[in-house]
Design a protein around this ligand. Structure first.
Ligand code: ASP
Length: 300
């Protein structure tokens, strides 16, 4: 049974997943004979499969992405959404909730504030995918982010990635750092002015106290923004917005701007027209890479 809890669990599968996603994304909308044969095979394989989606924390992108991915493959979805929708309100433990769900579904996609590493999953008899466990990790977000980067640069090494966000609290940032930690240079800027990333740094990352736009922006390949996670702390946040005309002027023509969403003040809305922005593609890519992930779990 697959247990996808952290981005490190995915590192060795990244190449295969990217290849499969690329195939699905390129062919999904086409109706070639090959594609239809392939689609029939997977629809046959998924027709008796159920995915349970338990989302105890807010979600629209991730929840819909998993759901549309699974249903496009031909599977069925049952879901619980929102704090009152599970028996945790009645005091049920996360372990019991997972064990209960696993009696009924083949795949369980779960988001809640507790870290999944605190739960013993050894007796759980279904595939589990972490869809965000509090301020810890969000491995499939990192997958879709990596795929978005790969579509642009066709490599996962020697990239210069500027991350601007809530470094200690953002699970999207944590998983991206874990997935791409080898061979890439990360520049880290914390929206709360924290002096470090709380242990999520990589061997090749550099904390920035400020952003010297003129020097740094022409150098970087990716600017990755993520909002301050205000639901997790009451701390002060730096007055920071990226994407002002000056930023776009200094940023290299070949660079891309990413944001896992939802966006807040960290991103200047008028920059949406800039051809280097990739956040809507990230959303679309997320669905295809989740299709590939389900596909690989079932077949491998
Ligand atoms: N959607 C991402 C997450 O669930 C990023 C965010 O909420 O800031 O972690």
């Amino acid at each position: 049974m697959a247990k996808i809890l952290n981005a490190s669990d995915l590192r060795s599968h990244l190449g295969g997943l990217i290849e499969r996603t690329d195939y699905i994304q390129t062919n999904y909308k086409s109706r070639t004979t090959d594609e239809m044969v392939y689609r029939k095979t997977w629809k046959w394989a998924f027709k008796d499969q159920f995915m349970g989606a338990i989302f105890g924390e807010p979600s629209i992108r991730t929840r819909w992405s998993f759901t549309t991915a699974f249903e496009r493959l031909g599977g069925k979805v049952v879901s619980s959404f929102g704090p009152g929708s599970t028996s945790s309100e009645k005091g049920e433990s996360l372990y019991d909730m997972i064990m209960t769900a696993s009696q009924m579904v083949e795949f369980l996609v779960i988001r809640q504030s507790e870290h999944l590493s605190t739960v013993d999953l050894s007796k759980v008899n279904c595939h589990i995918i972490n869809a965000g466990d509090g301020n810890n990790e969000h491995p499939t977000q990192a997958l879709l982010d990596a795929y978005t980067i790969w579509r642009e640069f066709k490599r996962f090494e020697d990239l210069k990635i500027l991350i601007i966000g809530d470094l200690r609290q953002s699970r999207a940032i944590h998983s991206l750092l874990r997935l791409l930690c080898n061979g890439n240079k990360f520049y880290l800027y914390d929206l709360r002015g924290c002096p470090d990333a709380g242990g999520w740094e990589t061997p090749n990352s550099e904390m920035l106290e400020g952003i010297n736009r003129k020097e740094l922006l022409p150098e970087v390949d990716v600017v990755y923004l993520n909002r301050a996670q205000l639901e997790r702390h009451k701390g002060e946040v730096n007055d920071f917005t990226f994407g002002l005309p000056e930023d776009l002027k200094y940023l290299s023509e070949k660079a891309i701007i990413m944001n896992p969403g939802p966006r807040r003040e960290e991103m200047y809305r008028l920059a949406d027209e800039d051809p280097r922005c990739r956040y809507w593609q990230q959303v679309e890519n997320g669905m295809y890479i989740r299709m590939a992930l389900f596909h690989n779990i079932l077949w491998e």
